[in-house]
Design a protein around this ligand. Structure first.
Ligand SMILES: Cc1cc2nc3c(=O)[nH]c(=O)nc-3n(C[C@H](O)[C@H](O)[C@H](O)COP(=O)(O)OP(=O)(O)OC[C@H]3O[C@@H](n4cnc5c(N)ncnc54)[C@H](O)[C@@H]3O)c2cc1C
Length: 507
């Protein structure tokens, strides 16, 4: 979470500001007493809401206004400027709303407005039983939205994890580095589930989906009936058949439990080898450096992250990690893992009393396949995230969705996409008929450098760099056939948001 302690609080809004104080911008941050309050212009009107994103306290004034919403520059949460509602994940809590008084040319804010009342739930036609398989990003966001939209029936969430839904991206960042307290990690405290009638069952593996019988059965033989089902089983790390990979000091990183096990080992370890130079491998390398371990990254690629970000950013990221002491062995792979060293395929050895394998993930489609639900490297769903079997939805890393009617299919592994898809699936289970149409977005942290990426850059034929990565100020555009298909931004958060707004498919 960000600290805003030394920040200029901006004008005292109880004393009022004029339109000229906006300096031509659409937003202005000031304060009312101790509280940071954002003024935003919607046409000639000025509205006021809390100025800090409720996800990680991002500064909303540095985001963008789209219609009657504001978007956070850090992780793209979206809030209603009218009601404060967190309309789009990764935030779930609303921002506060404030009363705006106009006295001549002055805009004055003194007190909070009453929270907006929720529309009454439509009890008629609601499903009676909803089951969610998966306690991750998509599963949690779906459950939360179902209750937020007034769903009153039974709601069961079955998760193989040991822990309630947690902030998975942090497992390779501050938490792994030992710089985030435990209380940051759960998406909601335990009481939330009981308090909202969400029957969350942890350590519960679903073994089968009975499509005709409309029920799921767990590995321990219990059955849960459903009218609507969400499959949000995510993905699992790829495990390579390397001799010695089954030893206790060799890990993959997906769950909170994996992360705790790595931390326990890292406390006694001196040197680590990370296999893989993708986002999770590199973030893990940075976190282990923060813990004082010697870290070697071994990768078959020529440059880290080159396939996603291109050679220039790949080189920048490599030099950034090298400046923090990470040693790269590119174009290399592991031949064997011993008790305290690894052997590379070229015969050289590296000391390692901790080994992390971070070579990508595979979507968990087995349940759907066995149930006869169509898959193609992901569970196939339409633009409303429903599978070919009515009432059965899929969202998150496991889902391959169709962009609009007749559009291309996509599957990505991004936190915000998974949560937003969970939210759209929830609304559609209640009859909303929404399409998932957000531009894919992810972020990644490397020491103090945040990279934000928007779009579909699976391939490109030209890269344009505006600015300088080394100065931590650049917008990198990936073009295919003359069209920008994706952007990556360092220090250009509002531009990345703006690109995402343009890319989002029309309603
Ligand atoms: C360490 C790490 C760091 C990441 N950092 C970022 C980042 O910085 N930015 C970003 O955009 N993305 C990041 N990601 C990716 C992001 O976390 C995923 O895209 C997101 O979690 C996908 O959500 P999901 O709900 O589809 O799957 P998950 O969050 O993985 O949840 C899947 C759930 O399904 C459960 N499950 C699976 N099979 C069964 C079964 N048979 N029965 C019962 N339960 C089952 C699992 O136990 C789990 O609870 C990161 C991922 C990891 C692992």
């Amino acid at each position: 979470m960000a600290s805003h302690e030394n920040e200029d609080p901006g004008p005292d809004l109880t004393q009022g500001v004029g339109i000229a104080d906006f300096g031509g911008r659409q937003m202005l941050r000031g304060h009312v007493g101790e509280e940071a309050v954002l003024l935003a212009r919607i046409g000639d009107e000025v509205v006021a809401v809390g100025a800090r994103c409720t996800h990680y306290s991002g500064p909303l004034e540095l985001g963008i206004v789209v219609g009657e919403t504001v978007r956070c520059p850090w992780h793209h949460a979206c809030f209603s400027l009218r009601t404060g509602e967190a309309l789009g994940a990764p935030a779930f809590d609303p921002v506060s709303c404030w009363k705006v008084e106009r006295k001549g040319e002055r805009i004055i804010v003194r007190e909070r407005a009453a929270p907006a009342s929720q529309p009454p739930p439509h009890a008629a036609g609601q499903p009676q039983d909803i089951v969610i398989i998966g306690g991750g990003a998509a599963g949690f966001a779906c459950a939360e939205m179902l209750r937020r939209r007034g769903y009153q029936g039974r709601l069961v969430m079955l998760s193989e994890d040991e822990d309630a839904p947690c902030d998975r991206p942090n497992l390779s960042k501050d938490f792994l580095a030992g710089e985030a307290p435990d209380e940051w990690m759960p998406l909601r405290p335990d009481e939330f589930y009981a308090g909202n009638g969400i029957d969350l069952r942890l350590r519960t593996k679903v073994a089968a989906i009975d499509v005709a019988g409309r029920k799921v059965t767990t590995a321990d033989g219990r059955a849960f009936p459903f009218d609507r089902l969400l499959i949000a089983t995510g993905a699992q790390p790829v495990r390579l058949p390397i001799p010695g990979a089954d030893q206790p000091h060799v890990f993959t990183l997906r769950s909170f439990a994996d992360c705790r096990a790595i931390i326990a080992r890292a406390k006694q370890a001196k040197s680590a080898v990370v296999l893989g130079s993708g986002f999770i491998g590199l973030e893990t390398a940075a976190a282990l450096r923060a813990r004082g371990l010697a870290v070697h990254v071994v990768s078959l690629d020529a440059r880290p992250l080159e396939r996603v970000l291109g050679p220039e950013l790949g080189d920048f990221i490599r030099s950034l990690h090298e400046s923090h002491g990470v040693v790269f062995h590119m174009g290399a792979s592991l031949g064997a893992i011993g008790a305290d060293a690894v052997t590379l395929k070229d015969g050289s050895t590296l000391s390692a009393d901790l080994v992390i394998i971070g070579v990508g993930v595979r979507p968990n489609t087995a349940l759907a396949e066995a149930a006869g639900i169509s898959t193609d490297h992901g569970i196939l769903v339409d633009a409303g995230l429903e599978t070919g079997t009515p009432g059965i939805f899929a969202a998150g890393d496991v889902a391959r969705w169709r962009e609009g009617t007749g559009g291309q299919t996509r599957r990505v592994e991004h936190w915000v996409v998974a949560e937003r898809q969970g939210q759209v699936a929830a609304e559609n289970m209640l009859g909303a008929r929404k399409h998932f149409q957000d531009a894919p977005f992810f972020w990644s942290m490397h020491y103090d450098v945040a990279i934000r990426y928007v779009g579909h850059g699976e391939s490109w034929d030209a890269i344009e760099i505006d600015g300088d990565p080394a100065a931590r100020d650049c917008l990198v555009s990936y073009r295919k056939g003359g069209t920008v298909v994706a952007v990556a931004a360092i220090g250009r958060d509002a531009e990345a948001l703006e690109y995402g707004r343009r890319l989002a498919a029309p309603a």
